[in-house]
Ligand binder design. Sequence first.
Ligand code: TRP
Length: 362
Amino acid sequence: MTGTPGRPGVPTLGEFTAGQLRRLCEVAHLDPEDARTYADVLTRALGPEAGRRLDLPPSGRTFLSDDHTPVEYSLSFRPDGPPDLRVLLEPGCGTATLEENGRAGLDVIHAMSRQWGFSTTCLDKLEDLLLPPSPHGPLALWCALELRPGGVPRVKVYLNPAANGADRAEETVREALDRIGHHRAFEGLPRGDGYPFLALDLGDWKQPRVKVYVRHPGLPAAAVGELSRMPAGPTAAVLRDFAATAAGTTGTDTRLAGLPVLSCHAFTDPAADRPSGFTLHVPVRDYARHDGEALERAVALLAGHGMDPAPLLRALPSLTGRRPQDGVGLIAYLALAHQRGCPPRLTAYLSSEAYTVRPPTG
Ligand code: TRP
C-alpha cells in the first residue's frame, strides 16, 4: 500500500485515490466498512501502479482523465435517495504496451469474477475481437465499479471498438453485438463519427446491458434532440435543454464545437432492434471557464430534475482543497441517462486531479 520509502508526505497514487474514495463513500452514505473495502478494491485493481509516488509523472498517458490519472469517480443521482457512487479505472495503467495493458485488465476482471462469483461469458466471447494481439489504441480495457452497500460492487468493462484500427471500428462493433446475440442492435444506432467505447455489464445486474458509445463532433445544438433511439425515451426538448444548460449554449444555431458530445445506447433484449436505454454525455469541462461555472450548471440541472444537489457540493471538497473557480476539469462530464422502467438519472463525472489541475480559461 505504501510507496517507496523516501521523502515523507508525498502520497502514492493508491493512497491518494483511496483517500478520495473513502471520503466520497461518506458523501454517498456508504458505511465506513464498505468505504474501507472499496478503497482496498481500488488499490488492488490499480496493481503496482498504486505504489507509485505522486511526485513522479504518471507512468502512462491514459486518456481516462485529462491529467492521466487512471481513476475517475462519478455520482449518479436519482430523485429518491442518495446518489450511487462509481469509480472508473484502468487496471493496466502501469504496463509498457497496450497489449500488456489489456492482459492486465483481463487478469483483474477475472480475479474479480472469482472473488464475487460472476460470469465473464460475454467478455470471453469478445476477447479475441476487442483485445487482439498488437491492438490499436487509444485504450485496451477500463473497468468501472458501482459501489453498492455491502461491499460487493457491480462491474462494468469498457473495451475499444478501434482495437483493430479506427477504420474498422464500425465492423468491429457490428461483429461484437452479433457475437453476444444482439443481432439487430447495430441498426438501432444513430450516425456519428466513431465509436469510442463498447461496454458490458458483468455480474449481478437485474438486466445486464451492452452499451455502444457514439461520438458527435461539431454537433449542432438542435440535433442533440434527435440522438436517442430508445422507444419512449427522452423527448428532443428534454435533451436539448440538458445540453444547452450543461454546455452553456444559447440559441439553436450554435454548434457543440469543443470536445464532442457522446451518446450511449444500451441494449438489454437480444431480440430487440432498438436500445432500451439512452445516455447523453456532455464534456462540460470544455464548455466552462472554471469548475465554479460547471458546478452551477450541474446544480441547476439537478434541481431542475428534482434531485438534491447537496451531495455534489460535498463531493468536490472531498476530492480537492482547491476552490472550484481555481481550475477547470474537476467536473469532467455531465450526463443524462434514461433506462426503460427507471426514472431518469443525472450523473456527474469527477476527476481525481492526482497529477495536475488545468487552470481556468478566459
Ligand atoms: N476522458 C475520456 C473522455 O473524455 C474518457 C471518459 C472518462 C469518459 N470518463 C468519461 C467518456 C465519462 C464519457 C463519459 O472521453
